[in-house]
Design a protein around this ligand. Structure first.
Ligand SMILES: Cc1cc2nc3c(=O)[nH]c(=O)nc-3n(C[C@H](O)[C@H](O)[C@H](O)COP(=O)(O)O)c2cc1C
Length: 205
């Protein structure tokens, strides 16, 4: 057995959407880098890595984000706000590099596949951004637990206001944000998970 400080089940079980963060706790730039180095190991279709992350630790910017989040305190009190965005042009932006460790034939195969799937289908591009950022968001939250930190996923914000704060480029979509920090208060009891019998189907519906 390894001597990791936290196993994966424990990280999953102790990840909760925290409402009150300790405003005095600050992550170091190295902590943020370590977190993000793990986040980019999350999977994406064809390894297209169509996510773009804005990491915010500047208190003034975090306060603006709290306003855009309709007054919710998590962004201003948390240590780090990660805004997860999708780049709708990732499928065509030098796609050979997504398989740069592999032979040219593999790279060309993926380039052609990306073009087939996304060139004429904005909905597919948007769906892929949401899938990729969903994977990344959970990876942020579980990595935070490994680092002894807590998190809150958030979509309760004014899209246009947040887009302006982060200077969202053309052809990018904000998918969600995740606040990371030290919790000041534990989460309330879980809302109540539906029973497996209602949500899991064996072999078919
Ligand atoms: C996509 C998404 C958006 C959410 N937006 C908010 C939000 O804006 N504010 C908030 O306090 N919680 C938000 N939550 C947290 C959920 O309410 C919470 O995850 C859910 O109630 C389950 O609780 P748990 O995460 O503690 O297990 C969001 C969660 C997700 C996944």
């Amino acid at each position: 057995m390894s001597c990791f400080s936290m196993d994966v089940f424990e990280a999953i079980e102790t990840r909760r959407a925290i409402k009150k963060f300790d405003p005095t706790y600050k992550m170091s730039p190295e902590d943020v880098t370590k977190l993000m180095e793990h986040v980019i190991l999350a999977p994406t279709s064809y390894n297209q890595q169509n996510w773009r992350f804005v990491t915010v630790t500047d208190q003034k910017v975090k306060e603006k984000i709290s306003v855009a989040a309709r007054g919710q305190a998590q962004p201003k009190d948390g240590s780090l706000v990660v805004i997860l965005c999708g780049d709708m042009d990732a499928w065509k932006t030098e796609p050979l590099r997504y398989w740069k460790n592999h032979p040219a034939e593999k790279q060309e195969y993926v380039k052609a596949a990306l073009e087939r799937k996304y060139a004429d289908d904005p909905q597919a591009r948007r769906d892929e951004a949401i899938r990729s950022c969903g994977m990344a968001a959970q990876t942020i939250m579980l990595s935070a637990r490994e680092m002894g930190l807590d998190s809150c996923p958030m979509v309760g914000f004014e899209y246009d206001e947040l887009a302006e704060i982060i200077k969202l480029p053309e052809n990018h979509l904000i998918v969600m944000m995740v606040v990371v920090g030290k919790k000041a208060e534990p989460a309330l009891e879980r809302g109540g998970q539906l029973p497996l019998s209602e949500v899991v189907f064996e072999n078919s519906f």
